[in-house]
Design a protein around this ligand. Structure first.
Ligand SMILES: Cc1cc2nc3c(=O)[nH]c(=O)nc-3n(C[C@H](O)[C@H](O)[C@H](O)COP(=O)(O)OP(=O)(O)OC[C@H]3O[C@@H](n4cnc5c(N)ncnc54)[C@H](O)[C@@H]3O)c2cc1C
Length: 458
């Protein structure tokens, strides 16, 4: 199951900061300003497109050898497999036009039904879907109730504490326990984080303004949008920016032995790169930005796409859930066959299970999944044709998957990170409180900073 899922629908959290009412500092003549955009992910592409459309000169510098960043479409198996983002979330929010844009580009999307799953418990026994759904509804009520009971009793509650309080009954049947673990995992997956780390105050607290909406699975290649936005914009690959300094009314961007000059820079690199000093800034960051950077965290969510010689599972669920596989975080599989007709399952571990995965070789990963699948489908032949495994933590230009709010952090930290440093601007998924960690959030942040550079005229 994916982001903003039924677990997310239990309760909305997060005090939304308005996207468009940020004070514009400068009002330059936009006629021929030059802006260097650092990073060719969706935020950088959206910023560059908005600048170019308004007649400014935009140049994109990208450290890796491809555009897209955490959007990465893999096509080697004759289908479009998304190794980064796959869904468009919150599609009924008026600010989110990503699904519409993709459709206009001829990219196929399909609605995901999070309730269409096959659930296997800790022993590999399938649980009836009707029972699982009834438990799920019951659990939603219990979590809401638990939050009401616990809210305000203790500072710094984690979501895990609330779930534990909701299900503290030791006599819970194994089917109910399976449903509880499933909903915990689904929630953890929506945040790319362990629920023990994620802030209950933030996610379960005040209305977050995130419109819950239908999630659309992108089937026709998410990277089509990035490529489209960057059409006609000069993009320099293999150009890792190490330093950015403001000198009077100019910005200097240093990469390798080259120095690029511009009127403005828009930095769209992931949170981790800002946190670990991957880029030196002059002037340095103010205290509030430093504090926000030390509080927010980048979570970890990986994917294992598994291609088999034939489909051995039955029916056509959107998801298979195998709870006997590596505890609570490694059990949810997207049934790609449901969408593409190909015998492909995509596992989506988060947090510890995602970190475990990064340390394994392909053989170990295949063995571990073969065993887990055999338990659920004991009489079927399971033969791999290949696997595609992500290692977002080890990737030097992402160092993780997407941001989340841990215990002790708050929505305002995103705004502090977004705050410009003179002529140096900041966009990306970790600079926008509503919709952080999403493609549409990153997109909106890129447009926001382009408009800020243009003095709000864009
Ligand atoms: C496994 C996974 C699943 C996800 N699933 C979904 C989903 O289903 N739906 C959804 O909405 N979101 C999802 N997300 C989150 C979504 O992908 C991100 O929020 C979004 O793509 C981030 O875009 P961005 O432009 O902010 O950052 P990025 O895409 O990371 O772009 C930043 C760019 O900066 C480059 N860079 C880094 N350092 C430097 C440097 N020093 N110099 C120059 N360039 C540099 C990077 O190479 C990268 O290309 C998922 C993410 C992952 C990893």
């Amino acid at each position: 199951m994916d982001r903003r899922t039924f677990s997310r629908q239990l309760i909305a959290g997060l005090a939304a900061l308005p996207l468009w009412n940020l004070a514009y500092g400068n009002h330059p003549d936009p006629s021929r300003k030059k802006v260097i955009v650092i990073g060719a992910g969706i935020a950088g592409a959206a910023a560059a497109r908005a600048l170019a459309n308004a007649g400014l000169e935009a140049q994109v510098l990208e450290a890796s050898g491809r555009v897209g960043g955490r959007i990465h479409t893999f096509r080697d198996w004759g289908v479009n497999l998304e190794l980064g983002a796959n869904w468009v979330h919150n599609t009924n929010h008026p600010d989110n036009r990503i699904d519409e844009q993709l459709r206009q580009l001829g990219v196929a999307l399909e609605k995901t039904n999070y309730y269409r799953f096959q659930l296997f418990d800790g022993e590999g026994q399938q649980i009836s879907r009707l029972r699982a759904l009834l438990y799920s509804l019951n659990l939603q009520k219990r979590v809401q109730q638990a939050w009401q009971e616990l809210a305000g009793t203790e500072a710094g509650l984690s979501i895990r504490q609330v779930f534990d309080h909701a299900a503290s009954d030791p006599g819970l049947s194994s089917a109910r326990q399976a449903m509880l673990r499933f909903s915990r995992e689904a929630y953890a997956q929506s945040l790319a984080a362990s629920l023990s780390d994620a802030s209950a105050d933030h996610y379960l607290g005040a209305d977050n303004g995130e419109a819950l909406g239908k999630d659309q699975l992108v089937l026709g290649g998410y990277d089509t949008l990035v490529n489209h936005l960057l059409q006609g914009v000069p993009v320099q690959l293999h150009t890792e920016v190490r330093e950015i300094r403001q000198q009077g009314q100019q910005v200097e961007v240093l990469a390798g032995n080259d120095t690029y000059e511009a009127d403005y820079a828009i930095v769209t690199v992931p949170l981790s790169i800002l946190q670990n000093g991957g880029i030196q800034f002059s002037p340095g960051f103010p205290e509030e930005k430093k504090r926000a950077l030390s509080r927010l965290r980048l979570g970890l969510f990986n994917k294992v796409a598994m291609r088999f010689t034939e489909k051995f599972w039955s029916g056509s669920p959107d998801f298979l859930v195998l709870q006997h596989n590596r505890g609570e975080h490694g059990s949810i599989l997207l049934n790609h066959h449901h969408y593409s007709g190909q015998p492909i399952l995509v596992a989506m571990p988060v947090a510890d299970a995602a970190a475990w995965l990064e340390a394994q070789d392909e053989e170990t990963i295949q063995r571990s999944w073969r065993e887990a699948l055999h338990k659920a489908f004991p009489h079927r032949e399971i033969e791999f044709r290949g696997t595609a495994v992500t290692r977002w933590q080890a990737n030097p230009f992402s160092r993780g998957s997407y941001s989340f709010v841990p215990v002790g952090a708050a929505a305002r930290d995103f705004a502090a990170i977004a705050e410009p440093l003179g002529r140096i601007h900041f966009a990306g998924e970790a600079t926008i409180s509503a919709f952080h960690g999403t493609v549409h959030g990153a997109y909106l942040s890129g447009v926001r900073e382009a408009e800020r550079v243009m003095g709000g005229k864009g």
